[in-house]
Design a protein. Structure first.
Length: 60
């Protein structure tokens, strides 16, 4: 049985369909993580600068 650590608190989570909030251990940890994304505590690095993407060129 695969067990992973909750990304928020580190508690072990068994990876099964019965684990409703996987990879999180609970709704609380899931909401804490969502709040961190919403407040921009996390970011995904990009090689392009804002407005410098191919999509912006396609619109013009």
């Amino acid at each position: 049985m695969l067990t992973v650590k909750c990304p928020t608190c580190g508690k072990p989570v068994v990876w099964t369909e019965a684990s409703r909030f996987r990879p999180f251990c609970s709704e609380r940890c899931k909401q804490i993580d969502l709040g961190a994304w919403a407040s921009e505590k996390y970011a995904i690095h990009s090689d392009t600068q804002d407005g410098d993407s191919d999509d912006a060129e396609k619109l013009n």
